[in-house]
Design a protein around this ligand. Sequence first.
Ligand code: PFF
Length: 491
Amino acid sequence: MSATPREPVTTVPREQWSTRTGFVLAAVGSAVGLGNMWRFSYLTAENGGAAFLVLFIVMLLLIGLPIMLAEFVIGRGSKSSPIRALTQLGSGKWRPAGAIFVACGFLILSYYSVIAGWTMRYAGDAIIAGFQPGAGERFAQYSEGGGALLFHLIFMVVTIGIVSVGVRKGIERTAMVLMPLLFAIVAGIAIYAAFLPGAGAGYAFYFQTDFRAILDLDVLRAAVGQAFFSLSLGMGVMITFASYLSREDHLPKESGMIAGADFLVAFVAGLMVFPLIFALGLSEMVGESTIGTLFIGLPEAFHAMGAPGRIVGLLFFVALFVGALTSAISMLELVVSSAIDSIGWTRMKATIVAGVAIALVGIPSALSAEWLGVVDEIAGTLLVTLGGLIVAVFVGWVMMSPEAEAAKGAGRVRWFPAWRFLLRWVLPPVLTLLLILGIIGTVQNIAGMFADEVEPATEMIEPEAEPGAGEGADGLQDGALLLPEGIVLPG
Ligand code: PFF
């Protein structure tokens, strides 16, 4: 709580978003990503259908929204990237906590970019040769090795190019163009899928309800994990974005808009994925596999659809790519902004050095999907939960009058006391418990990964287990996805 020595500052004045819409779309761009279009559908299918949906909405409201508002308050209150923000508003002791945020963004981007590379490759396939049969083998070939590495590097170059141009010209402009495009594609495919014969079975599957699932601890962990990951919380991305805000923004309203848009895209993505898969008779792929649904099941479906499948498939993978790109931009910006604020580098230097370092750290993930799974377990699930805990404790207990900061541009909102109460008394114990459970699960998973024989990638699409309520992905940590060889991926 004491005043702290300032970290070195740059001489360049801090950039600001040019419009409120620009900020909101950039934050939505960060939130909407691979998680919405793929992980959400899978988790819903596996964890009790509509029951998971209800639980996810509750977690978004009870955990996602309060943490997002807290990150915004830290960011706008300090006008700094996470490390400097925590030391300014708290004390020098908080520097390691800020460093955890940056490390988390750094690590997640290193493998998120590998998955984004896969989406580029599938989009390229749709253009060049169309979707071919044998999607399982193709996925095995695309997900690891030289090709995966090449596309990972290409994706990082594109991300570096955009972030190097700056907040307004790079990040904001990209989001203003790409986010409406993504919304249009997702809505368009969902409408198209509704007219496919057999789509009804997809909706029935999506909305089947097993309310016992709500009482299952694994389902709760999955819902909390999804709320964090999907809203890009717990790693300081929203702190960084809010640091470019002017005082006038109505933070509670904007948090609500961003969370609402994120949920809407996830929900509509479900309306697109399930009817497509069920209409093409590939229902056994859903619920028992995760990445398979998307990178194996859907290309198989697009192939079966013939000529329209090529167009729909292209649009689908373009939407995935766009979602991944705007999310990746936000993660790189977190690291870049921290380097600018704390070391005093220019944006160009910070972007190139951070981008190249992230690309290099991602190489093992491109070469081994198993390694990718290990990094995800540690960064994509554990560090994010730890980050959320740090945010709750910091704003709940350490930051002086966060309500006053939240009230700027918004006036006093009736539920501010409830917000602070949640941050102080409810979220720290809940997140600590989830963190402990997560650590236990991670140790078990990682030990299991190295103990197991590696199985062929196509194994995963063979129907073995019945999808059902409360079945986690074989005891995987929440926030993790089952991949061919027992690998886990982020959403
Ligand atoms: N929210 C993104 C998604 O749902 O795919 C992933 C993500 C982006 C997580 C940015 C964290 C982050 F900082």
